[in-house]
Design a protein around this ligand. Sequence first.
Ligand code: FE2
Length: 304
Amino acid sequence: MSLDLIEPLSIDSWNPVLDTAAQSAAIDTAAQDAAIDALEAGKVLYLPRLRFDVQAAERRFLSTQWSDGKSKNIYLRGRERVLRGTVGSAEDQAALAAMIERFGSNAQSLVSALFPCYVPHLQFGNTSFRPFEIEGRPPKSFRKDDTRLHSDAFPSNPTAGARLLRVFTNVNAQGRPRVWRVGEPFGDMAARILPRARRQWPGEAALLHALHVTKKRRSQFDHFMLELHDRTKADLDYQRDMPQQRVEFPPGSTWIVFSDQVLHAVLSGAMMMEQTWMLPVAALRHPERAPLRVLESMVGRALI
Ligand SMILES: [Fe+2]
């Protein structure tokens, strides 16, 4: 079965202007509607000509030398905007933080222009710079192996159904693409994997929270999302046989996904910028397509 999960957009500006007749930096309401429909349908919005402007003085940061060697990303955390995962002088760190922050504000302008109905509800999350080459990096466990197809779910960070919206830009200076595989629709994966999922034990969520394994109480929804994440990654036959497509994102391109929905695997590439937001299900145009609603309709009860 062939898939077509890529929805190209010709926008080449982080601040596309609304409806100024056929300029490449323009977007009209029909384009906004099409972008939202495609995104919520689980497609990858692909902006092949939208590059992030790494300034001449910042090119030195396109290297793994600024990593602290413990974290795989260098990032500004959520609302605190404290730089993590890096080493260097205070001056270097401030310049690196400024580059990452500029990417975050570019991404915020883009998302505001494309999805104005989301704006009041978006919760701005981490902004990261991911310098390391993916290919040949041995994962610590199959659960952490992002070269296997998965939908995002995080053990310590329950979302209670909120969506994970992400913008990525390849900033590789050696011409290397970011290579992904994307897989079959979320509902098809869930129909296959959910019947194998373990149910949450009574008291499990309270215990994990008390032990600080989770930052908030893990809802039944979050439990099932982790089960889907782990069991999808563990099933090598499914990894091989599921309908999927390979996508190359060249340097100077940007793409947008709901990463809790799109099955994705990263095969190779180094030097990427990324911005995450959380978005409540109620802010969606098609909430019935959200993983929360898909799973609830499968199990026949509320999961939050
Ligand atoms: Fe992921």
